[in-house]
Design a protein around this ligand. Structure first.
Ligand code: AQP
Length: 329
C-alpha cells in the first residue's frame, strides 16, 4: 500500500467508536504506509444541518483531537476538506457517473433520512463526495469503521464506471481497511452503533472527564445476568470488546468465561472497563490540553497546501480526460 486516505466529520466530539473503528488505525498506519492523508470533512458535515458559527470551531477542535490521538503532521497530511476546492469539483464530475439506484440503496442515507426533518439532497449524494475525497488522491486504501463499507463499495463502482466509459485505467480499486474495533455499539442501545447523533448517553467522548466516562459505563445497558448462557448479550459483549480493545485481553477472556457461567457481576465488569478506558484516554486528554488553536490552524494550513498539490494534479488530468476546462479547447 502506497497511499491511504480517510476522513471524519466535524459534527461533534470524537468518540470511542470513531477511535477504535478508524482513528487508532490511522495512527498505526503511519508506521506502515508511506503517504497517509487524513481529512476533516466539513462539507460532509453540512449535509445534516448547519449551525451558524459552530462549524469552524468544531473543525479546529476535531483536528486538534486527531493530533492528540497521535496523528503526526510531520508524517501525515492533515487538512480540512473545504480548503481544497477540488473535492467538490471532482464530486460534480463523479455525480455524472453515479447511479441514482445505487445511491437510493445506501443504508446510511436511509437511517439518517428517517431521523431527519429536512432531508437534504446533499445527504443523498454524500457518497459521491466521499468517493471524490478518496479518488482525488488516487488512494489505494481507506481505513474506516464497518458502517462505511457500503460507501466504499460504491466508490469502487464509480471508479470502475469512470475508467470503463473514459477508456483509461485511471482511478484505482480502493481497499477497505477495517480495524479490530470496526463496529462499537451504543452504551444505551447496544443494538445500534455508537453514534453522536443518537444523543449524549449513546457514546463516550474521548475528552470527557474520567468521572463522566465512568458514569456512562456504569449506566450501560446489559441484561439481568446470573444464569449460564451460550452467548453473552449485545451490551455485555460490547463492554467486553472495549476491554479487549483497551489492551486487557486476558481480563476480557476471564470475564467472558464468568459471564457465560452466569457468575459475573456486571457492576464489576463496568468498573474494570471504566478503569481501562480512562487509562487509555488520559494521555490523549493531556496531549490535547497542551495544543493551542494557533498550532492547530498552522498544521491545517500546511496540510491543505500539501493536499492541494496532489488534488490539483488529479483534477487537471480528470478535466483533460472528460474534455472540460480551458486546456481541453
Ligand atoms: N460505532 C462505530 N464503530 C466503529 N467505527 C465507527 N465510526 C463511526 N462510528 C463508529 C467510524 O469513524 C469514522 C468517522 O466517521 P464519521 O465522520 O462518518 O462519523 P460518523 O459515522 O458520522 O460518526 P457518528 O457518531 O455516527 O456521527 P453521526 O451520528 O453524526 O453520523 C468512520 O471511519 C466511521 O466508520
Amino acid at each position: 500500500m502506497r497511499r491511504i486516505f480517510s476522513g471524519i466529520q466535524p459534527t461533534g466530539s470524537l468518540h470511542l467508536g470513531n477511535y477504535f473503528g478508524a482513528v487508532r488505525n490511522w495512527v498505526q498506519l503511519q508506521d506502515q504506509v508511506p503517504e497517509c492523508i487524513y481529512c476533516v470533512v466539513d462539507y460532509h458535515a453540512i449535509t445534516g444541518g448547519i449551525e451558524p458559527g459552530e462549524l469552524a470551531r468544531r473543525t479546529r477542535q476535531l483536528a486538534g483531537d486527531l493530533v492528540a490521538c497521535g496523528i503526526d503532521p510531520s508524517r501525515s497530511i492533515l487538512f480540512v476538506q473545504s480548503h481544497v476546492p477540488e473535492h467538490t469539483e471532482l464530486a460534480w464530475v463523479l455525480s455524472a457517473f453515479a447511479a441514482y439506484g445505487d445511491l437510493s440503496r445506501m443504508t446510511q442515507f436511509k437511517d439518517k433520512a428517517e431521523r431527519s426533518k429536512h432531508i437534504s439532497a446533499g445527504l443523498f449524494t454524500y457518497p459521491v463526495l466521499q468517493a471524490a475525497d478518496i479518488l482525488l488522491y488516487l488512494a489505494d486504501g481507506v481505513p474506516v469503521g464497518d458502517d462505511q463499507s457500503q460507501h466504499l463499495e460504491f466508490t469502487r463502482g464509480i471508479a470502475r464506471r469512470f475508467n470503463q466509459l473514459i477508456g483509461v485505467e485511471y482511478f484505482p480499486d480502493v481497499a477497505t481497511l477495517l480495524s479490530d474495533g470496526k463496529r462499537i455499539m451504543s452504551l444505551a442501545d447496544p443494538d445500534s452503533k455508537m453514534s453522536k447523533s443518537l444523543g449524549d448517553k449513546h457514546y463516550i467522548g474521548l475528552l470527557e472527564p474520567a468521572s463522566a466516562v465512568a458514569k456512562k459505563i456504569r449506566s450501560a445497558v446489559t441484561d439481568i445476568g446470573g444464569e449460564a448462557t451460550a452467548t453473552v448479550s449485545p451490551g455485555v459483549a460490547n463492554l467486553l470488546d472495549l476491554l479487549h480493545l483497551c489492551g486487557a485481553a486476558d481480563k476480557a477472556d476471564e470475564l467472558t468465561a464468568s459471564a457465560l457461567a452466569g457468575e459475573l457481576r456486571y457492576g464489576d465488569l463496568k468498573l474494570v472497563v471504566a478503569e481501562q478506558v480512562n487509562a487509555l484516554l488520559e494521555p490523549i486528554r493531556e496531549r490535547r490540553a497542551q495544543l493551542s488553536d494557533a498550532e492547530v490552524v498552522d498544521i491545517l494550513r500546511s496540510g491543505a497546501q500539501r493536499a492541494r498539490d496532489i488534488a490539483a494534479a488529479t483534477m487537471t488530468r480528470v478535466r483533460g480526460l472528460i474534455g472540460v476546462g480551458p486546456e481541453a479547447l
